[in-house]
Design a protein. Structure first.
Length: 355
């Protein structure tokens, strides 16, 4: 990982992974630049929590550079051990325990020799668990125990192994929502969320786009051994006004493709390939139930404090139920769980009884 000062602004900083030859399209955000005011505020937050040993939860959409932030936290912490990154969504439920905590020889079919898990591998350093929201509930219980006891027990062993690990986790889903619907343990949530960092999506920090554009054009040219292409004003305008659903990861891929196909070392709008996304960035977000959606809408209404709120809600409920039940009073009363006489009283109150 490299950190450099950006020449156009003394306070700006660029975080990037070492360049890897032959990698045309990235599978993760390989650079994160702090130039926009929101990014600079995030940088200050990172530096505030870096020296502590507390657990840090990094939240942000896919492709915003969460792993780069985790690596930078590790570098600033001064911990002598390694930085170990693990994607919790990359392993099946049957394998994730062995990957995290290790196993002894013969512990299960295929375990021909003992193997240390990622916790032991990160001893003295930092363990970064990406996509922590994908961790199965059964594994959440075991992870919580490891964090409390500061020791792991390999599969097939009864001997605990002490571990000194700073835990950093990341997610692109709303963990509070996952807790509320029972997909994530509340005790584990509070354990990993001692310090919290939110990385804004690229569309909310436009001041980072232009320097990132030039950075990716330059790094791609260096890998190819050619001069970096220029970016025309029209192309830069298109880049600045695109929504970037894939964030920095998508910007890098767009710039690498444009650098390959542009003519005369000048990137024009026709060289930019914006790929429509198949689904929103928060594709793993927990879906709201109708009751939760109603409660959220009610919260907003109460916050806005409009006049006659209760009468408005009552009238709306009666009107919608009456319409959805073919304006049949008996079916409407059954749907609402009230008697027909009560329904008629409410309809009369709101002037909804037919003449």
């Amino acid at each position: 990982m490299t950190t450099t000062q950006n020449s156009h602004e003394a306070t700006a900083r660029l975080l990037s992974f070492p360049a890897q030859a032959g990698h045309i399209l990235s599978i993760r955000a390989k650079a994160l630049l702090f130039s926009d005011p929101r990014s600079l505020a995030l940088l200050r937050q990172i530096e505030q929590v870096a020296n502590g040993l507390v657990s840090v939860l990094i939240q942000g959409e896919s492709g915003t550079g969460k792993e780069l932030v985790a690596m930078y936290l590790h570098e600033l912490s001064g911990r002598p051990g390694p930085f170990v990154a693990v994607n919790c969504g990359a392993f099946s439920e049957a394998l994730v325990e062995a990957e995290l905590f290790g196993h002894e020889a013969g512990a299960f079919t295929g375990a021909h020799r003992a193997r240390a898990g990622w916790f032991e591998a990160a001893h003295g350093g930092t363990l970064f668990l990406d996509e922590i929201g994908d961790l199965p509930l059964a594994m959440q219980v075991k992870l919580l125990r490891v964090l409390q006891e500061r020791e792991v027990v390999r599969i097939g062993s009864r001997t605990p192994v002490p571990v000194d690990v700073r835990l950093i986790t990341a997610t692109n889903i709303d963990l509070c929502r996952a807790v509320s619907v029972g997909n994530f343990r509340v005790d584990l949530f509070y354990r990993i969320n001692v310090a919290s960092l939110h990385i804004p999506p690229l569309r909310e920090r436009p001041g980072d786009i232009t320097p990132l554009v030039h950075h990716f054009a330059r790094t791609h040219a260096e890998r190819q051994g050619v001069l970096a292409p220029e970016v025309s004003p029209a192309a830069l305008h298109a880049l600045l006004h695109y929504s970037w659903p894939g964030n920095i990861r998508e910007l890098e891929n767009v710039m690498q493709f444009a650098s390959l196909v542009c003519r005369n070392s000048l990137i024009e709008p026709m060289d930019l390939r914006f790929v429509p996304t198949c689904a929103p960035n928060q594709r793993f977000a927990v879906q709201q139930t109708p009751q939760e959606a109603f409660a959220d809408a009610l919260d907003r209404l109460i916050d806005e404090d409009p006049p006659g709120l209760f009468d408005y809600i009552e009238q709306t409920v009666i009107e919608r139920a009456f319409s959805l039940n073919g304006e049949n009073q008996v079916r409407t009363a059954d749907a609402l769980g009230i008697s027909r006489n009560v329904l008629r009283t409410l309809m009369k109150r709101h002037g909804l009884l037919p003449a």
